[in-house]
Design a binder for this molecule. Structure first.
Ligand code: GLC
Length: 747
């Protein structure tokens, strides 16, 4: 439709019909193609008219089902306006890629973009128009379960991954086949929840908020994200979903976002619980005035806005503004010409989980794995007697709690893949223990259809004891033991904050018993958040971090264990020494009393019982080969705002096998009108080298890289001294200084 036609459509709609375009309900609230007002609908005070006019639904996919659903909508809808179909496609639709924190560990935006394209293709042929992804929240506290869903702790890396996802999902145009609308979330600051407790208060200075937490949103908006989702938390003590400064001043006016703003699940209504809105009508008024377009899963808008307009308490023009944005999104997707877009039951059968997609998911799982420790056990020697012992040995639930459309039956497990490679005469596979013991409480998960398998109650104590004994005996007889251990996938994700970062105790007990009889242990770690790995790192000779690796995790892990694939991942989030260190991240401020490595002093910013440094830092990851990175050379040591400096290193593969290094560029702004982080990631490059091969890697330092939100909140650079670091992790110590000159114009 043309803009004029959209305007004519808008002006022909009744007030309530316009308001119901701002209503998003769960697909489960409609039954068959007829919308029946029962149960939750009655509780929400919604009528059949609201349902017939509802603008979008979330939570279902399936080509034929959504085709039939849309046909019903087009018949019932007074102006035959097609409905938007949205869903949480976070790291794959049916072919599940590694979880987002893992994808970040690849430091490979091209691969991430391809993964998003595949997810978009599978989602669109299954009838979806919009995905609630990418989640880009900076997350620095491993107690927060949603760090698994984030790109990690670093604003720059999160921004790179946000852009890659948006471009992958949306392609060149939303109307193109296999494009879906991206919805960047959760705007904003959600990852800063105090104490890592989900939905908790966020207390950030405006500098940190603008400089670090908003950066990935700027990148997603620049990349053209069609939607933004508001978060549950407060920003400056006002809930995000009713926060005019956050949504109108910053998102719309400063960032120039013109797309659709959707609330998170019931977030408008929850401003009542926050103690900010005095009721649903007050919440609706505040959210509308703050610029929120779609009310996800409550009747605040549909049940109150018409009355507020009639009472003269809100302007109908604000509703028209929001509804026009929603109609434009539907138009951009081509839904007025083709309400079914790419939904195609035949293509669905051919495209979903096709071999090409599986291959891409396997390659992604290989690239996202991080080798944390390797005292010579990896790659495995296939001539040895190897026991695979642990609850993940043949577990298909390795796709994360956000793989909502996926089915474990499609997963190739570690054992399924290993049996194709390892000699059955010399290889055993033993579960040994449950994933979680009775001490792990996963309350309320079943009501959302999550079957909690892998728990102690699945077998009798005697059965578990027998399995444990069998495992320990096998360990005693083996030359080495591969132990696939880790969090239960339901222990990480939304509403899963933890006060301890341990691998479930029932698994640690098995680990200790195995370690008592065999000290050649390789731990393969499945987890969504950084964990406390102190004991594992003391007793295991090798640790391979595989996260939740997705549908093709098994084959990828076998390729990594056997050396067919060489690990190249780098940590996108620091692994704390222990939970007491949280939040811990490399880009911290120096403080007035920074500790000096190796110097014992009392009055310094430190702990008296643990080190300041994380156990494994941001940007860290080993390889089966070794690399040497030369000291940094600079093309010059002074630059004006108009100039650039080239910073270079020589990277050499000094080992015996080919490998990929992620060369990272960090800058330090030594003095500023506010204090500045001790380092900030400003660039990276993956470089693959053969044994003995070397290559020069160069980065161009621009004035823009030196800009930040200064004391007066103006984003600009300030003349002064900087240090360039280029290395293989955030712990790189040797840097080179340069200055940004102050130019004094003499007239
Ligand atoms: C959830 C999540 C959000 C998700 C939405 C829809 O509560 O916070 O990430 O997209 O609801 O499922």
């Amino acid at each position: 439709m043309t803009q004029k036609q959209l305007e004519e459509l808008l002006s022909s709609m009744s007030l309530q019909e316009k308001i119901d375009q701002m209503l998003q309900l769960g697909s489960y609230m409609f039954s068959d193609s007829e919308a029946i007002v029962t149960g939750p609908m009655a509780e929400m005070g919604l009528s059949k008219e609201n349902l017939d006019q509802c603008g979008s639904i979330l939570g279902s996919m399936g080509a034929q089902m959504l085709i039939d659903f849309q046909k019903g909508v087009m018949e019932r809808q007074p102006h035959h306006i097609p409905m938007l179909f949205m869903m949480d496609i976070i790291h794959g639709a049916k072919t599940i890629f590694p979880m987002p924190l893992a994808l970040s560990a690849s430091f490979d935006p091209e691969m991430v973009k391809e993964g998003a394209q595949i997810a978009a293709k599978e989602a669109s042929v299954a009838g979806l128009h919009c995905v609630f992804s990418p989640m880009v929240d900076v997350s620095r506290d491993a107690r927060w379960g949603r760090c698994m869903e984030s790109p990690g702790e670093d604003p720059y890396l999160n921004g790179v991954m946000a852009k890659a996802h948006v471009e992958g999902f949306q392609g060149k145009s939303l109307s193109e086949p296999y494009s879906v609308a991206a919805c960047v979330k959760h705007y904003a600051g959600y990852g800063g929840a105090e104490a890592g407790r989900d939905y908790n208060t966020v207390q950030l200075t405006e500098h940190t908020f603008r400089q670090e937490y908003l950066t990935p949103y700027r990148e997603a908006v620049k990349a053209g994200s069609a939607l933004v989702m508001s978060s549950f938390n407060t920003v400056n003590d006002i809930p995000a979903s009713t926060n005019r400064w956050l949504m109108r001043d910053i998102l719309r006016d400063e960032m120039g976002f013109e797309g659709v703003l959707i609330s998170d699940f019931a977030a408008i209504q929850e401003t009542i619980a926050h103690g900010y809105s005095e009721g649903a009508a007050d919440a609706a008024k505040k959210a509308l005035e703050a610029g929120l377009d779609i009310d996800m899963m409550t009747s605040c808008y549909s049940g109150n806005l018409a009355k507020l307009v009639e009472a003269g308490e809100v302007e109908e023009a604000l509703i028209d503004e929001s509804v026009m944005r929603i109609l434009k999104l539907k138009n951009a997707l081509g839904l007025f010409e083709n309400p079914f877009k790419d939904a195609d039951p035949e293509k669905e059968k051919d495209i979903i989980l096709c071999q090409e997609h599986r291959e891409a998911a396997r390659e992604a799982a290989e690239e996202t794995a991080v080798l944390l420790k390797n005292d010579g056990l990896l790659p495995l020697d296939l001539s040895k007697k190897i026991a695979f012992i642990g609850p993940y040995v043949n577990c298909a639930e390795t796709q994360s709690s956000w793989a909502v459309a996926a089915e474990p039956k499609d997963t190739i497990t570690l054992q399924m893949a290993a049996e194709k490679i390892f000699d059955p005469e010399r290889t055993t596979y033993l579960e040994g223990c449950p994933r979680i013991g009775a001490d792990v409480k996963l309350v309320g998960f079943e009501m959302f259809g999550n079957k909690i398998s892998g728990k102690a109650g699945d077998r009798t104590e005697e059965e578990w004891k027998a399995l444990e004994n069998e495992a320990v005996n096998a360990a005693r007889e083996a030359d080495m033991v591969v132990m696939p251990l880790g969090e239960h996938y339901l222990q990480t994700g939304e509403a899963t904050s933890r006060a301890f970062l341990d691998i479930p105790e029932v698994q640690m007990e098995l680990f200790r018993k195995v370690a008592a009889v065999n000290d050649n242990i390789v731990v393969v770690l499945y987890n969504g958040r950084p964990l406390d790995l102190r004991e594992i790192s003391r007793k295991a000779k090798s640790i391979l971090e595989v996260w939740f690796p997705g549908t093709e995790g098994g084959p990828a892990i076998v390729n990594l264990l056997t050396g067919k694939a060489n690990p190249s991942g780098k940590l996108p989030m620091s692994f704390p020494y222990c939970v007491g260190q949280c939040p811990v991240y490399y880009g911290h401020y120096a403080t007035g009393r920074p500790i000096v490595q190796g110097v014992e002093e009392r009055f310094k910013s430190k702990y008296i019982d643990i080190p300041n440094e994380p156990l494994y830092p941001f940007g860290y990851g080993l390889s089966y080969t070794t690399f040497e990175i030369s000291p940094v050379t600079l093309s010059k040591t002074e630059m004006t705002k108009e100039e650039t400096i080239t910073a270079s290193v020589i990277v050499k593969n000094t080992g015996a096998v080919a490998g990929t290094e992620v060369v990272q560029l960090y800058l330090q702004d030594c003095f500023g009108s506010t204090v500045r982080p001790v380092k900030e990631l400003k660039g990276f490059e993956r470089v693959t080298l053969q044994p003995g091969e070397e290559k020069e890697i160069s980065f161009t330092i621009t004035e823009e890289m030196l800009q930040y939100y200064t004391a007066d909140f103006v984003k600009k650079s300030e003349p002064g001294q900087f240090v360039v670091y280029i290395g293989d992790s955030s712990m790189v110590e040797e840097g080179k200084e340069f200055s940004l000159l102050r130019i004094v114009y003499k007239y």
